[in-house]
Design a protein around this ligand. Structure first.
Ligand code: COA
Length: 210
């Protein structure tokens, strides 16, 4: 994964934002919004302190999967890009290595509601399909995290899974889950149909530096 991302010309510019791999220097900039309850409500972990967050953020495996979103030089969110193997039968497993990615996102609440997540994740998909040549991207969330699955639908992702009370939330409640995906051919169809031309989304490709 690191070597694949090393080949990308960073930062990637969109109409309003830029994306780049996170570094340990981004700890405090991301902790600013990662400590907010409203953000943590749906995230895998809700760190109890900056030190707790630092241990997670600086974990080399996690850091290698993290990108930050910048607006005029300020870090306003982060993204996960986890390249992974597809499921395959054992005889063809080598052909399924590193062919897809799970995506994740988190935006500072002060910057939500302006299309920044849509713009940043469109650029991330561009990176996945056009630069890294992946064949599929996926994303998952609690069904009650409507902001997140609405983002997936704005991005043209397809709902593949709606599970029933299979995920345990830290509140103690077993909740429904949602799983979305997009195939490279679906991405190309959207591009050909001009469906990506939504408020800066297409610019995320056209204006990229890489
Ligand atoms: C999920 C999350 C990133 C979505 O953020 P968001 O601000 O709703 O998404 P966007 O930045 O794409 O903004 C879209 C909104 O801005 C509006 N908007 C304004 N200008 C826009 C533009 N130029 N382009 C697109 N949308 C625009 C849209 O209409 C939409 O508003 P609506 O929800 O009222 O319809 C955010 O809620 C978040 O970080 N949540 C906490 C972390 C989290 O849950 N992560 C996912 C865990 S699975």
């Amino acid at each position: 994964m690191a070597s694949k991302l090393d080949d990308v010309a960073w930062p990637v510019h969109t109409a309003r934002l830029s994306l780049r791999p996170a570094s340990t220097a981004d700890l405090d900039a991301t902790w600013r919004f990662r400590q907010v309850d409203e953000v943590n409500r749906w995230m895998t972990s809700a760190p109890a302190s900056r030190e707790d967050y630092r241990l997670k953020f600086e974990d080399p495996e996690r850091l290698a999967k993290t990108l930050v979103i910048e607006l005029d030089g300020e870090v306003i969110g982060d993204l996960m890009l986890a390249i992974e193997d597809a499921w395959a039968q054992s005889e063809v497993a080598t052909q399924a290595r590193g062919v897809q990615a799970e995506l994740g996102w988190c935006l500072d609440p002060r910057h939500q509601g302006r299309g920044y997540a849509t713009e940043a994740v469109t650029a991330l998909m561009w990176l996945c399909f056009e630069d890294l040549g992946l064949r599929r991207v996926t994303a998952n969330c609690f069904a009650d995290n409507e902001e997140s699955w609405r983002l997936m639908e704005r991005l043209g992702m397809r709902r593949e899974i709606h599970t029933l009370r299979e995920s345990l939330h830290r509140s103690g409640e077993w909740m429904d889950g949602m799983g979305y995906a997009l195939l490279a051919e679906e991405w190309r169809e959207m591009r050909q149909a001009g469906a990506l031309d939504t408020r800066g989304a297409q610019g995320s490709g056209a204006n990229r530096s890489g």
